[in-house]
Ligand binder design. Structure first.
Ligand code: HEM
Length: 438
C-alpha cells in the first residue's frame, strides 16, 4: 500500500539515503516525499513497482513539449532546464524519443566500444603513470593522501568520453566549463552564453567530420540510421550534451564507490587481487549495492493515474529510486550485504524501459578497465581517512563521494588488461530490444 502522509527528507538524506529507503521500503513501494530543496514528488522505492513505473507509457518525460508545460503549470517549475540544449532524448517521449534513441544506440554500439577499448586502457595507464611518478617505487611519497576522484576517476571518465567525441585535450577545460555552466544555477545570461559556445564548438566538430566518415562518435551520430533517418544539427548538439552529461559523473562515481567498498572490505579486495577476472561480477554487484545513481530523472503524470494503489493527480512529479529498489528486501535476499556471488542481482542501476541507459556496456567496460588497472598498479592502496569522515554529494540524481582521500603506497609496473571487452551482461541474451530484462 502507498503511504498518504508526506515524508519530509532532512539534509542527512544524502549522507545515507539507504537508511531512509530501508524505512520507506518497510512501509510500502511508493511515498509522497518532500526533498530538502522543497521539491514535492511521489517516490517509488519498491523494485516491482519501479519496473512498472519505468515502463508506464502514460507517464511523461517530455519537459520541452506540451506535457512539460502542463507539469509546470502545476507548480513544478524546477524541472525544465533552460537553455534548450538540454532538450534531448532523456527529456522526451516516443515517437520522438524512439527516433533519437535509435541513432544513439547505433553510435554507442559494441563495435564502437571494442574499437575504443585500447584507448581507454591507455588513458587509465597514463593517469596511473602520473600518480606512480608522484608515489615512487618505495612507497614513501605514496603515503601522502591523494584524492582518487580528482587524480583518477574523474580525469579518466572525462578523458574517455571527450576523446571518443573528438574534443581536443587543449580545449577540454574550457569545454567542460561550458557544460557545467549550462546545467548550473548560474544566471540565465551566463547559461545562454555557455550554451552558445558549446553549440558553436559542436557545430565546428561536425564541419570537421563532415564527409570524413566514421571512426568517432560524432561521425556516427551524423551518419544516417538504417532507414535513412538522420539527426538535424540541433538534435545532434542535444545528443552530444546528454552523452557527455550522462557519462562523466556516473562512471567516475561508480569507480569511486567500488574502490571505497574494496578498501572497507579487505577480503573482497584480496579476492580481486588474486583473480582480476572476478572484477566484472564485483562491479555488477556494486551497481546493485552502491551505484553512482540515486534517483532516476523525473517523470510526471499527464492525467490522474494509479501508482501502487494510490491515485496520483495530473502534473505530479514521479521519481523512481534505483538505489532503493536495488535494496528492496522483497526482491533481493539480504539486500544490504555486498555479495558479488549472489546468483541473481538484476539491478535497476541503468534504469529500465525505453530510457534504459544506452551507455551501460561502455560504463561496464570503462569501470572494469579503470579498477583492474588501479588495483594492480597500487597493491597497498588504502583509505587515508576514516570511512565515517567521507562526505557524499548532496545530490538527488548522483550517489557519489565529494572526495576519496587514499594513500597509494608503492607502485608496480603496468600489466596487460584482462577480461572480455564487451561485458557479458550486455550481450544480447537476457535483454530485449528495449533493454528490458527478459
Ligand atoms: C555507471 C555509469 C552509468 C549509470 C549508473 C547510468 C545510469 C543511467 C540511468 C539510470 C539512465 C535512465 C534515466 C531515467 O530513466 O530517468 C540513463 C540514461 C542515459 N545514459 Fe546512462 N548511466 C551510466 C553511464 C552512461 C554512459 C557511459 C553513457 C554514454 C556514453 C550514458 C548515456 C546515457 C544516455 C544518453 C541516457 C538517456 C537514455 C534515454 O533517454 O533513452 N550513460 N543512464
Amino acid at each position: 500500500m502507498a503511504t498518504d502522509s508526506v515524508h519530509r527528507l532532512s539534509g542527512d538524506f544524502f549522507q545515507n539515503p539507504h537508511a531512509v529507503y530501508r524505512e520507506l521500503n518497510e512501509r510500502g513501494p511508493v511515498h509522497r516525499v518532500e526533498f530538502p530543496s522543497g521539491m514535492n514528488a511521489w517516490l517509488v522505492t519498491g523494485y516491482d513497482l519501479a519496473k512498472e513505473v519505468l515502463t508506464d507509457p502514460t507517464l511523461s518525460k517530455d519537459l520541452y513539449g506540451p506535457p512539460g508545460e502542463q507539469a509546470e503549470s502545476n507548480g513544478n517549475t524546477v524541472l525544465r532546464l533552460d537553455p534548450p540544449v538540454n532538450d534531448h532524448m532523456l527529456y522526451c517521449d516516443p515517437p520522438r524519443h524512439t527516433r533519437l534513441r535509435k541513432i544513439a544506440m547505433k553510435a554507442l554500439s559494441s563495435g564502437t566500444i571494442r574499437d575504443f577499448t585500447p584507448r581507454m586502457e591507455k588513458i587509465a595507464d597514463s593517469l596511473l603513470d602520473g600518480m606512480a611518478d608522484r608515489a615512487g617505487t618505495d612507497g614513501m611519497a605514496g603515503q601522502e593522501p591523494v584524492d582518487l576522484l580528482q587524480a583518477y576517476t574523474y580525469p579518466f571518465s572525462i578523458s574517455v568520453i571527450c576523446e571518443l567525441i573528438g574534443i581536443r585535450a587543449s580545449d577540454r577545460a574550457e569545454f567542460q566549463g561550458w557544460l557545467a555552466t549550462q546545467v548550473s544555477t548560474a544566471d540565465a545570461d551566463e547559461k545562454h552564453a555557455a550554451a552558445a559556445r558549446f553549440e558553436a564548438y559542436v557545430h565546428r566538430l561536425c564541419e570537421e567530420r563532415a564527409g570524413k566518415g566514421g571512426g568517432d562518435l560524432v561521425s556516427e551520430l551524423m551518419s544516417p540510421a538504417d532507414d535513412g533517418d538522420r539527426l538535424d544539427r540541433r538534435e545532434l548538439v542535444g545528443m552530444v550534451n546528454v552523452i557527455l552529461l550522462g557519462s562523466q559523473e556516473t562512471v567516475a562515481g561508480l569507480i569511486g564507490n567500488a574502490v571505497l567498498i574494496l578498501l572497507n572490505q579487505p577480503r573482497l579486495l584480496a579476492g580481486l587481487r588474486r583473480d582480476p577476472a572476478l572484477v566484472p561480477a564485483f562491479l555488477e554487484e556494486t551497481l546493485r549495492y552502491e551505484s553512482s545513481g540515486n534517483v532516476a530523472t523525473p517523470r510526471f503524470t499527464t492525467a490522474p493515474v494509479r501508482i501502487g494503489g494510490h491515485t496520483v493527480d495530473s502534473g505530479q512529479i514521479v521519481l523512481v529510486a534505483p538505489a532503493a529498489a536495488n535494496r528492496d528486501p522483497g526482491r533481493f535476499d539480504c539486500p544490504h550485504d555486498m555479495d558479488p556471488s549472489r546468483p541473481d542481482n538484476r539491478h535497476l542501476a541503468f534504469g529500465y524501459g525505453v530510457h534504459r541507459c544506452p551507455g551501460a556496456a561502455m560504463a561496464r567496460t570503462e569501470s572494469r578497465i579503470a579498477l583492474t588497472r588501479l588495483l594492480s598498479r597500487f597493491p597497498d592502496l588504502s583509505l587515508a581517512v576514516d570511512a565515517e569522515e567521507l562526505t557524499w554529494q548532496p545530490s538527488l540524481i548522483s550517489r557519489g563521494l565529494l572526495s576519496l582521500p587514499v594513500r597509494l603506497g608503492r607502485s608496480c609496473p603496468a600489466v596487460a588488461d584482462v577480461g572480455s571487452p564487451i561485458p557479458q551482461q550486455e550481450q544480447s541474451k537476457g535483454l530485449d530490444a528495449h533493454g528490458r530484462t527478459r
